[in-house]
Structures are given as structure tokens and as C-alpha cells.
Design a protein around this ligand. Structure first.
Ligand code: COA
Length: 195
């Protein structure tokens, strides 16, 4: 990527529909303790939906990989309480999302995200997804895909609302693949503003 400034999305603050202020910023290696601290808030189903297995504990190798990534190949965003939000603990995070370029490609990337269980259904998944799609398009990514358990209605609904097409994965009928192509319907097919 020639423009290093384009690698990392700007830090920004957005407001949820209930008025909560959320800060979005890139994940850094210093976020490792944040991953462990928020893991306890995930349900078995959340973990199965994100990692396709119900992790009893967060493996150190996985945390290292999630926190230390190549910014030229991945964008990882954390959504956290905006500074000054009352009642939050220091390591609280609302959710994390990442977009990883497919090996050997610069125009196709995988999307994955998880929102902390007690913060789901407030618009955080939508904001994270919209921000990643917008950033990806700025960086020349044309196609974005996500593998999702077929039973994961929240994620399938979220993807559909952004204009992803959903198809059953040929070699695993438990999975569906959402695919979004830039230009088809645009990143904001849902018509909702970024905030
Ligand atoms: C999928 C997930 C990321 C959605 O995050 P979220 O912050 O709850 O989503 P939002 O509040 O932004 O909702 C966005 C849209 O998704 C859909 N959605 C979210 N939760 C839903 C639910 N329980 N049932 C049906 N649709 C749902 C709706 O279309 C919703 O829009 P609306 O609230 O305007 O109707 C969250 O449920 C999650 O972390 N799940 C576990 C991990 C996972 O499944 N990751 C995806 C695999 S890559």
C-alpha cells in the first residue's frame, strides 16, 4: 500500500441511536488485556458464531494474532466507550471487527466481527461494518466476504442489510458465505448514516 496514511482508519467518535458515544480506533498490540477482559462477556453462542467453536478460554496464540497484525493486510477496529462515558471499566470494549485481505490479493477481503453480548442490538455491529466497508473501498477493495454459521440470524440479517448476497457454502452446508461487491449497491445499502 503506497499511502501509509490510508492503512489505518482515522480514530472517530460516533453516537449510537440511544445517544451513547462510541470511539472507534485501530486495534494495537496494547489491546491484548482488553481481549481477555471482554472474553468473559461473550456467550458460548457468540464464540461459536465468531470462531466456529465454543472456546472455553481465549488461546494466547489467537490473542497475539488478533492484536498484532500487518496493517498493510488487515484493518482491525475496536469500538470502545468514548472518553468520559460514565460507569465503564478501564478495559471495557463494545466490540471488535476486522477485515483481512485474502492471501495474494489486494481487492478481496474477509470480514469478521464480534460485539460484546451486553452491547448487542444497539447498532455497534452496524457501525463497525459500515466503517470497515468505507475504509476498504477507499483502499481499493472491491469484494468483501464473510463466512457465517447458517444459524447465525443476526449476522446474516446484518450482512443482507448492507447488500451482501448470501449463499450456502458448497462444501459445508452449515455455513453460508456473504459476498459484497463494491459498486453493486454501495456500502451503505442500508441507508443509515455512519453517525
Ligand atoms: C452479529 C453481531 C456482530 C451483530 O452486532 P450488533 O451490534 O448486535 O448489531 P447491530 O445492533 O448493529 O444490528 C445491526 C443489524 O443486524 C441485524 N441484527 C442484529 N441482531 C439481530 C438479531 N438478534 N436478530 C435479527 N437481526 C439482528 C438487524 O438487521 C440489525 O439492524 P436493526 O437493529 O436496525 O434491526 C453480534 O450479534 C455478534 O457479535 N454476534 C456474535 C459473533 C458473530 O456472530 N460474529 C459474526 C461472525 S463473522
Amino acid at each position: 500500500v503506497s499511502d501509509p496514511g490510508a492503512q489505518v482508519p482515522d480514530e472517530r467518535e460516533v453516537e449510537l441511536r440511544d445517544g451513547t458515544r462510541v470511539r472507534l480506533r485501530p486495534v494495537t498490540p496494547a489491546d491484548k488485556p482488553r481481549f481477555y477482559a471482554n472474553f468473559a462477556h461473550a456467550t458460548e453462542e457468540d464464540l461459536r458464531n465468531r470462531f466456529f467453536e465454543a472456546l472455553p478460554a481465549l488461546p494466547d496464540a489467537l490473542v497475539s494474532r488478533l492484536a498484532r497484525y500487518d496493517p498493510a493486510r488487515e484493518i482491525a477496529l475496536v469500538a470502545e466507550p468514548a472518553p468520559g462515558t460514565p460507569g465503564v471499566k478501564p478495559l471495557d470494549a463494545y466490540g471488535v471487527a476486522r477485515l483481512s485481505l485474502d492471501p495474494g490479493r489486494t481487492d478481496t477481503a474477509e470480514l469478521a466481527l464480534i460485539v460484546r453480548h451486553d452491547w448487542q442490538r444497539r447498532g455497534i455491529g452496524r457501525i463497525l461494518t459500515a466503517t470497515l466497508l468505507e475504509t476498504a473501498v477507499r483502499r481499493g477493495v472491491r469484494r468483501i466476504w464473510a463466512l457465517v454459521l447458517r444459524s447465525n440470524r443476526p449476522m446474516v440479517t446484518l450482512l443482507r442489510s448492507f447488500g451482501f448476497t448470501i449463499a450456502v457454502e458448497e462444501d459445508d452446508p452449515m455455513l453460508v458465505r456473504g459476498t459484497w461487491t463494491a459498486g453493486d449497491r454501495g456500502p451503505f445499502a442500508s441507508g443509515r448514516p455512519l453517525g
